[in-house]
Design a protein around this ligand. Sequence first.
Ligand code: PLP
Length: 354
Amino acid sequence: MEITIKKVEKLKDHPEDSKLGFGTHFTDYMFNMDYNPEQGWHNPRIEPYGPMEMDPSTMVLHYGQAIFEGLKAYKTESGDIQLFRPKDNLNRFNRSGNMLCMPEVDEELMLSGLIELLKLEKDWVPSAAGTSLYIRPTLIATDPYIGLRSSNTYRFFIILSPVGAYYPEGFDPVKIWVTRDYVRAVRGGVGTAKTAGNYAASLYATELAQKDGYTQVMWLDGVELKYIEEVGSMNIFFVIGDELITPELNRSILSGVTRDSVIQLAKSWNMNVVERKISIDEVYAAHADGSLKEVFGSGTAAVISPVGNIKFDGEEITIGEGKVGPVAAKLFEELMNIQYGKADDPFNWIVPVK
Ligand SMILES: *Cc1c(COP(=O)(O)O)cnc(C)c1O
């Protein structure tokens, strides 16, 4: 399919790399494509970034039939632009869409649309250390209809945002909060999909955590309120004794690309990586007997985010004296080196934009 391009009249000024923050600046262009049952996906186009007009009855606004992805483009020292495991994100996009009864988007077409967009927007990829261009592919239900069914028509779009660190703490350890009163997802639900409602469902408990001085909620499973699932928009890892443990993919946890990268890297360093159920009680017991060495989150936005404190049932524990541990530090450095083209790419994760 031919991708048409409509030029903007006036390009925006770029923010300074040091003032990027996360998710507040958007580039000049976006990619759009429409779906209806008669034509399938059609009219792929790159257009000026701007508001989308929609009917107030548009289904996504009422029933939340929406999915998205999050990946990044990185600038290398020589000025080239590269993507990290984009096919894994685009594949997960379709897996999310399947769970929400949405039509699949051809993964090659999404990737070529993204690459065309990035070629046009390459000056927007920031170059200061730790900065990148965040990419947000999104699919929404667009029928103007009030009544519960899945939509017949859809809009797919990709927007781009130059970003700095996700957490204001940067690579400093964050404080996380555990509750038995709220859950993010349940067995048989849509926890494995990157779908809008999961994030809306997480806001209330996250606000409670923040009022109590914590950055994020670490969710427990929705059935027994016992086993750790994940944190905010990150998967979670524990170094206990000589094992690197992460909750197994149990049909309510989001299967992170960074999670998988951490597992592959750690295994390649001959670390003892275990995917299994891990309860909050086990973590507290490991802290009590001194075997809990490190806790850290993994996700595209924050890459690796060390956890310094956990609070559960009114009891706060401090991990590794609140400092960054060696496993988190090594994973962070190696992942960043691969993403920014400073290290070899033995797993073939990098896709150059050219
Ligand atoms: C996106 C996300 C993750 C991390 O996935 P990555 O592919 O590593 O970015 C983890 N948990 C949730 C709930 C997420 O939305």
